[in-house]
Design a protein around this ligand. Structure first.
Ligand SMILES: [Zn+2]
Length: 135
C-alpha cells in the first residue's frame, strides 16, 4: 500500500486516484462502541482482529458511505456519532463475528502483558493524531 494514501475499506477507492468529486477520508473511531458499529457495517471480519489503535491509524472509509447530514455544516468533517450507511456492499457482521473486538496494542518488551490504553499509545507515538478526529 502506498505510504500516505488512504484507501476506503468498503469500495477500495484510493485517495490518490484522480476523480471529479472530492472525497473525504475518515479513519475508524477510537471509541470502541462506535468502532464496533463501523466494523459491523463494513462487514469485513478480517478487520475485527486488528487492534483498534491500528484501525484508527491506518484504516479509512470514504465519504461515499455517509449521508450529507452525517457531516458538519462545512462538509469537511464527519460528525462524532456518524456511522456508515450508504453503498455498503457486504452483509453486516454478526455479534459472534464481532466477539474478538476490541483488540489492543501490547508492548511486551517493557511490561509483559500490560494492556496499553489508546491514549497512552498515541501520546507516545504520535501526539498529532490525538484529537485530529472526532473532536
Ligand atoms: Zn468508499
Amino acid at each position: 500500500m502506498g505510504k500516505g494514501h488512504r484507501r476506503c475499506e468498503i469500495c477500495h477507492i484510493n485517495e490518490a486516484w484522480p476523480r471529479e468529486e472530492k472525497l473525504l477520508f475518515t479513519s475508524f473511531p477510537l471509541n470502541p462502541d462506535r468502532c464496533r458499529e463501523w466494523l459491523k457495517r463494513v462487514g469485513n471480519d478480517e478487520l475485527v482482529d486488528l487492534p483498534i489503535e491500528k484501525l484508527h491509524e491506518r484504516r479509512n472509509l470514504c465519504s461515499n458511505h455517509f449521508r450529507r447530514e452525517d457531516f458538519n455544516k462545512a462538509g469537511n468533517r464527519l460528525n462524532r456519532d456518524a456511522v456508515p450507511s450508504l453503498n455498503l456492499i457486504a452483509p453486516p457482521l454478526t455479534d459472534e463475528q464481532l466477539l474478538p473486538f476490541p483488540q489492543h496494542i501490547y508492548k511486551p518488551s517493557e511490561s509483559r502483558g500490560k494492556l496499553y490504553s489508546c491514549t497512552s499509545y498515541f501520546r507516545a507515538v504520535s501526539p498529532a493524531l490525538l484529537g485530529s478526529y472526532w473532536s
